[in-house]
Design a protein around this ligand. Sequence first.
Ligand code: 3HC
Length: 281
Amino acid sequence: MKIDTICVLGAGNMGNGIAQVGACAGYNIILFDIASLQLEKAKATIQKSLTKLEEKKKLSAPASQILSAIKFTSTLTDVKTSQFVIEAATERRDLKFKLFKDLDEMMAKDVVLATNTSSISITEIASHTRRAEKVAGMHFMNPVPIMLLVEGIRGLATSDEAFSTVRTVAEKMGKTFIEAKDAPGFAVNRILMPMINEAFFALNENLASAKDIDQAMKLGCNFPMGPLELADFVGIDVCLFVCEILHRDLGDSKYRPSPLMRKYVEAGWFGRKTGRGVYTY
Ligand code: 3HC
């Protein structure tokens, strides 16, 4: 099926980034969110990012033209006009299961439904539809306009054809596509989250200060951000959620979340988005 229009479900940080790179790649985008305030914020974020990229001559069309390819909507029927869906809603199992059930009922039978989940089983999400062969993982990295990777994940039933569609869309968006198994954390978070978790254990043990732990990894290993800074950037609540899934589903105590990480989440110190995490913003 020819794909002209892509629906991105959820206008949060990941959703608005995906909408932006989709529009930059020449797709028409339907950016859907139930919250109109979220859509307004998404529009402002995309505008700011496109302006930056335009100043650096990194856009192939004027920013205003790219922005006009995105329809910001809270009307569910708009979603039906798309030929490919990328779900980027809040990382909650019940919410995603319900969304996929509804999408399955609403969308044309041949539409591929991709999910940007960072940790929920693709196979389980697909089981809430009657088109499991057309459901796949399409995991973008934050900040989406800058990060070059998309991790593709096949559920147990994902067809070669649907997976190849996901790859084609990701590559058209300028991303490098890798394939990971449908196992807890896939590839990126299976490796990244235990490192971030270990940094919280180290901080709790006063191994070094937060700033020095971050400097160690930045200057010692050439990471663009230290692990604690990155936790604040991704959201400590998101990190805890993924660590809990790794611990539960892999069943190995080495994945147990650091009590300090849990304490930050209990305090509502989620990182940049709440103004306080390991650091204060
Ligand atoms: N849109 C456009 N441009 C952007 C941008 C955006 N959203 N975000 C950053 N930039 C640009 C800046 O303007 C800047 O451009 P310049 O060099 O020409 O001035 C450049 O990117 C670098 O940004 P900054 O100067 O603000 O800061 P940094 O040099 O620290 O870079 C960063 C910021 C790109 C976020 C870098 O710190 C980085 O790569 N950090 C690691 C990010 C990472 O690991 N992401 C993956 C997280 S894991 C994940 O997402 C999976 C999930 O499931 C948890």
